[in-house]
Write a protein that binds this ligand. Sequence first.
Ligand code: A3P
Length: 355
Amino acid sequence: MYTSSVDDPWLSASYTMSSSVGTYPPQEGHAETNQELYQGFTNLVSSWPCFPGFSGSQLYRHGKGWHASLAPMVGTMVADTCFTARPTDIVVATLPKSGTTWIKALLYSTVHRREYPADSCDHPFNSLGLHECIKFFEYQLYTQNKIPDLNELPDPRLFSTHVPFVSLPRSVVLASSCKIVYVCRDPKDHLISQWSFANKFRISKGLEPLSVEAATDFFCDGVTPFGPYWDHVLGYWRAHLACPEQVLFFRYEEMSLDPVAHVRKLAEFVGRPFSVEEEEDGTVDAIVKLCSFEHMAGLEATKDGKTELVTGAVENSSYFRRGVVADWKNHLSPEMAKKIDAITEAKFRGSGFPV
Ligand code: A3P
């Protein structure tokens, strides 16, 4: 069991950092440009089948069966080629609208709890959007012809991705002690969250909102960003079963029921369990409170901030809608819900995945 001690390298490193905090989080170094590499992948992706997506932009079908718009798909392929994982890296993997922002907040505040106690006034969350604290490979790092220099980032480096397990950067999978934290969400809530998000985008572009019926059809056909949903979930589920010490698998609904237990599990998984002292002084509760929907939604960085993604700037507030379980009941007809449930049951049968 973990007990804090003055000889603990993590503890001493953290204290050193707290006395010399400069720009936080540390930024990636100088980026090289490799237009040729990006252009090659752009040409390849452009030759693949494409379909109109939820938000009005085209979704391409990757050779491994998943869908995404052009730029993040190209970024995925560049990351696969250029990213070099370290055994100490931690990668958050999710489908969009499955609790990405929440798990990033929990992971970041757990890993950095020594430099930034959850109740400190200068916590980075007060000034930075969550997606600046933990960046996406395919939306932020490997974009616009850039090959970022990530070597100077201190351990543990935290990254995120929406990419299915089959298309993770190969060094993430091969550097076998690199950790992956996956969160999945009930498909019907994931769909409604995605549909609401896409409609905001459509309206801002002067497009008609998409009906929930049309969104359900796209979803059931698997034509959603990084979908089909079921393949995404099963890819990480199987990886978790094969290698539980490398792939942590959380469910949004279970996190909502018992966030404290999930934060403890997360801390253990990343090799930083809470000490007895931390348990006693309420550190876990403070992290859960800091990352709660209510608290995060009310922060200035959420209300006024934007995140620059390769697909455009996104208002941080749009990552927070209702944050509840089973909101689908307010939007999906019983028939639509039944159709999704039937697909889910058929796809997950025999996988050991608890439906
Ligand atoms: P709803 O649209 O159902 O409200 P992502 O971060 O993957 O984009 O997921 C967004 C969904 O997670 C939204 O769901 C959002 O409200 C919810 N969410 C964001 N932050 C949350 C938090 N701290 N706790 C619980 N849910 C959160």
